[in-house]
Design a protein around this ligand. Structure first.
Ligand code: CP
Length: 309
């Protein structure tokens, strides 16, 4: 066992130490180099079985975990809510216990309920990886965002990272806040007061409701989409109004420093939180985030999968 990593599960970044986060990022560096080789596969998880259990839709995270598992030589099974016995009334715990009875070593879970991965992690011997739970956390997204910033800027410490949008309902925002503040970044959250309440300042970040005051000083801007699926009512007048007040339009992008990184976890609502040309522009590292997600998820599967019994 490696003394820098002793966890069978990755549930969130709030509970990780700075050293644990750095160890995942360093391990991801090694796997990124593997991805540049002609033969991109390593035998690290040969003989292990990974179940990708996605109860909510996903493009990037599900594909990335599946490819990461293939690259580590694990066997992979994909299950979706509609294709599982959850639709017949089976509980999440019973489904997971049955998967464990089939000797699943690693369960990657996306679920609309915050805490679902923790619930299973406490009841299973298998490794449980949180692939996004409700508005709680999306730890591998937070890690791949940190990895991308460190790769592009050479450091995270003392950078000013501005996260714009629907913070209240965003698991990506929470994982970014926990990760980036631990690694020494200065984080500012921007959006309407309904979606970015002052309460977030308790997490060691600054809250602003005036995007134009914040953009010129940003080293990184991370745009989040409006999480319509998690909102019980509208928290702003409409998408047109949102774009006018908080969208990264072409005019606003001119306020950014030349080396400011433009990030987005996806899926993008082009023309709402970000202008289409800005999303595809020279400052954008949105597709680099996706590429780096593979190395980060290989690192997470390798580290947690090596602990699970
Ligand atoms: N960023 C992210 O979680 O994307 P998906 O919902 O497509 O997985």
């Amino acid at each position: 066992m490696n003394e820098r990593w002793t966890r069978k599960d990755l549930l969130g970044l709030r509970e990780l130490s700075i050293d644990e986060i750095n160890f995942i990022l360093e391990t991801a560096d090694a796997f990124k180099q593997v991805g540049a080789r002609e033969i991109k596969k390593v035998p690290a998880l040969r003989g292990k079985t990974l179940v990708n259990f996605f109860v909510e839709p996903s493009t990037r995270t599900r594909t990335s975990f599946e490819l990461a598992a293939f690259r580590l030589s694990a066997d992979v099974i994909n299950i979706t809510a509609s294709g599982s016995s959850l639709t017949k009334g089976e509980t999440l715990k019973d489904t997971a216990k049955n998967l464990e009875a089939l000797h699943a070593d690693i369960l990657v879970l996306r679920h609309s309920s915050a805490g679902a991965p923790q619930f299973l992690a406490e009841r299973l011997k298998s490794s449980v990886i949180n692939a996004g739970d409700g508005a709680h956390e999306h730890p591998t997204q937070g890690l791949l965002d940190a990895y991308t910033i460190r790769e592009k800027r050479g450091k995270i410490d003392n950078l000013h990272v501005v996260i714009i949008g629907d913070i209240l309902f965003s698991r990506v925002a929470r994982s970014n806040i926990f990760c980036l503040t631990k690694l020494g970044a200065r984080v500012t959250l921007v959006g309407p007061s309904t979606l970015v309440p002052r309460d977030f300042e308790k997490l060691g970040v600054t809250v602003s409701h005036k995007i134009d005051n914040v953009l010129p000083d940003a080293d990184v801007v991370n745009l989040l989409r409006i999480q319509h699926e998690r909102q019980r009512k509208e928290y702003f007048p409409g998408t047109g109004e949102y774009t006018r007040l908080f969208g990264l339009t072409k005019a606003r992008a001119k306020m950014l420093k030349p080396d400011c990184l433009v990030m987005h976890p996806g899926p993008i609502n082009r023309g709402v939180e970000i202008d289409s040309e800005v999303a595809d522009g020279s400052r954008s590292v949105i597709l680099d985030q996706v590429t780096n997600g593979l190395a980060v998820r290989m690192a997470v599967l390798y580290l947690c999968g090596g602990i699970a019994t």
